[in-house]
Design a protein around this ligand. Structure first.
Ligand code: NAD
Ligand code: TYD
Length: 350
């Protein structure tokens, strides 16, 4: 029996990773450490939380003594670190929480692992889950490779870049067995409706405006969340210590083209006339320092670990819309008072 710590497991990607690991690896005890910020929702895990190999611990990665006691208590064999502040717009209005959780919180976990594994590092692994945003913004051509220089442009991406550097520094300095992956934008079930796709689904369902920043010409490379979870599984088990793997679906869309595709799907699913949802598109003030384009070259993980995405985007979007429409209670529960206040600040002042 191995004991594996997964941080941020009540969030969007973390919940898919936890579900995959709990179901696929009955000989792992999975400990989900999450402080339950606005983005953490235990409802995401209600289908597996009764499983004997799953345990939830509420706690803050910013609390160093608590993290040290957790490592001492559970003697983890591996760590998959996903806990983070993850939304660029929030990082623009409140950078400090990103510095604390994404940088200091990561170092607390690195220290816990280092202290606990120093006499017996064999078979241990600290896996840091990161983002392609650390590479900055591309022009109209080119792709992010693992060798691309870091050039983060937002407080969010700068905090993730810092944490990536610190993870590598612990590998170089203390020989901590680490692996890192940098993934493109994820979409799918259970994503908090402050990110583009679930926000648009929620607003279309409720006949509210769909806010498009600037001209909608920014490009993102979208990957279905379960395909990210399958890549995380592979990197955790087969990746080489000290290595970085880029994960992405070669699936670039301008924001406006993506929203038009989503509008078409929503009109069909809701039985509305074609063109109904598109009328809700509303151009709003651009995000400060808005990165133009992200695009991942995932050749390394495909070649070395045999990973490939399983879904085409049109299929993934349809699955995603079906999930949100079938789980309207989830969406309504999440769109709580606190979220509405944030929503007002973020959008109604634009
Ligand atoms: P999310 O915001 O949905 O979830 C983050 C989770 O971390 C939440 O459950 C939250 O409660 C928890 N958390 C936050 N601060 C914490 C703290 N101090 N202590 C303990 N738990 C805390 O994020 P996500 O979209 O699922 O992203 C997960 C990871 O993947 C992040 O590290 C993010 O940088 C990375 N990533 C995300 C994307 C994406 O498109 N969403 C793409 C690439 C990489
Ligand atoms: P988002 O989902 O916040 O992810 P990220 O900023 O990490 O890429 O945003 C995706 C893209 O959509 C990004 O270019 C910003 C844009 N966007 C809008 O146009 N309107 C919105 O309401 C949101 C949330 C994002």
């Amino acid at each position: 029996m191995k004991t594996i710590l997964i941080t941020g497991g009540a969030g969007f990607i973390g919940s898919h990773v936890i579900r995959r690991f709990v179901n696929k690896y009955p000989d792992y005890k999975i400990v989900n450490l999450d402080v339950l910020t606005y983005a953490g929702n235990l409802e995401n895990l209600k289908d597996i939380d009764y499983m004997p190999n799953y345990e939830f611990v509420r706690g803050d990665i910013n609390d160093a003594p608590f993290i040290n006691s957790l490592f001492a208590k559970y003697q983890f064999d591996g760590v998959l670190h996903l806990a983070a502040e993850s939304h660029v717009d929030r990082s623009i209005s409140d950078p400090m929480s990103f510095i604390m959780t994404n940088i200091v919180g990561t170092v607390n976990l690195l220290n816990g692992a280092r202290e606990n594994w120093k006499n017996n590092p064999d078979g241990k692994r600290f896996y840091h889950i990161s983002t392609d945003e650390v590479y900055g913004s591309l022009g109209e051509t080119g792709f992010f490779l693992e060798t691309t220089s870091y050039d983060p442009q937002s407080p969010y991406s700068a905090s993730k870049a810092s944490s990536d550097h610190l993870v590598r520094a612990y590998h170089n300095t203390y020989k901590l067995p680490v692996v890192i992956s940098n993934c493109s934008n994820n979409y799918g079930p259970n994503q908090f409706p402050e990110k583009l796709i679930p926000l648009a689904i929620h607003n279309i369902s409720n006949n509210k405006p769909i806010p498009i920043y600037g001209k909608g010409e920014n490009i993102r490379d979208w990957l279905y969340v379960e395909d990210h979870a399958s890549a995380i599984d592979l990197v955790f088990h087969e990746g080489k210590n000290g290595e970085t793997y880029n994960i992405g679906g070669h699936n670039e869309w301008t924001n406006i083209a993506l929203i038009r595709q989503l509008c078409k799907t929503m009109d069909i699913k809701l039985g509305r006339d074609t063109g109904t949802a598109e009328k809700l598109i509303t151009y709003v003030k651009d995000r400060a320092g808005h990165d133009l384009r992200y695009a991942i070259d995932s050749t390394k993980i495909q070649r070395e670990l045999g990973w490939k995405p399983s879904l085409q985007f049109e299929e993934g979007i349809e699955k995603t819309v079906d999930w949100y429409l079938a789980n309207s209670n989830w969406l309504e529960n999440v769109v709580s008072g606190a979220y509405e206040k944030y929503y007002e600040k973020q959008y109604l002042s634009r």
